[in-house]
Design a protein around this ligand. Structure first.
Ligand SMILES: [Zn+2]
Length: 219
């Protein structure tokens, strides 16, 4: 297992180590060594953690050179919510409504914490309309960055956390090529089936997934 230390955590740890080092020489180094030891233990036996601290990742597996997204469970809920709101607001065609419902189906309130990450190749791309769909998703990301529908969230997302995630998603979607997006041809609906018909939640104006509205379920 590969362990990724987030920049924020790394900064915090370094600051703590500096403080300890000032308190007593050698203490800061001890703290860093202990952090190393814990991380190595987790890497060696992730099950030992009993799922504690699990997070969701959004990746582009075929392009390991691009930055992927790793989010806490809380940030993941925000990420899915703002993409669902933006996609639902922009969707004009049945295919576009399907993408909105697909984002919404990544519903932690329903499927559990830490399990709703995805690879950008897994969106319900269709080979014949891929270029148009990718263009739609890029517009959705811009709309999410512009806070589309945020007034219906019921809370104020931390922009300094969510915006960098949306930036990374944009970079991955921009880079996504048809060969990767439509490689398997397998159905991309991992969290419930594609709903039929596609219906808006009257409260949140978000397309519902098979088991309801992601924002209603988040309460
Ligand atoms: Zn709702």
């Amino acid at each position: 297992m590969r362990i990724v230390v987030l920049d924020e955590a790394d900064t915090e740890l370094t600051a703590a180590a500096d403080w300890y080092e000032q308190e007593r020489e050698g203490l800061g180094d001890d703290l860093l060594a202990e952090a190393d030891r814990v991380l190595n233990a987790i890497a060696a036996d992730p099950q030992d953690r009993g799922g504690e601290g699990m997070a969701n990742m959004v990746t582009y597996e075929a392009r390991p050179d691009l930055a992927y997204i790793q989010m806490s469970n809380g940030l993941t809920s925000v990420f899915i919510a703002v993409l669902s709101l933006a996609a639902s607001a922009l969707a004009e065609t049945e295919r576009e409504r399907e993408f909105a419902a697909w984002f919404a189906s990544h519903d932690q309130g329903l499927f559990g914490l830490g399990v709703v990450g995805f690879d950008v190749s897994e969106l319900p791309w269709s080979p014949s309309t891929f270029v148009r769909e990718r263009e739609f998703i890029l517009r959705v990301i811009e709309a999410a960055k512009a806070r589309t529908g945020w007034e219906r969230l019921g809370y104020e997302p931390r922009e300094d956390w969510i915006q960098p995630c949306l930036d990374k998603l944009r970079a991955m979607v921009e880079a996504l090529v048809l060969e990767d997006a439509c490689r398997s041809g397998a159905t991309a609906w991992s969290y419930g089936d594609r709903p039929e018909p596609l219906v808006l939640c009257p409260v949140h104006r978000v397309y519902q997934h098979e088991y309801g509205c992601v924002l209603c379920n988040d309460r």
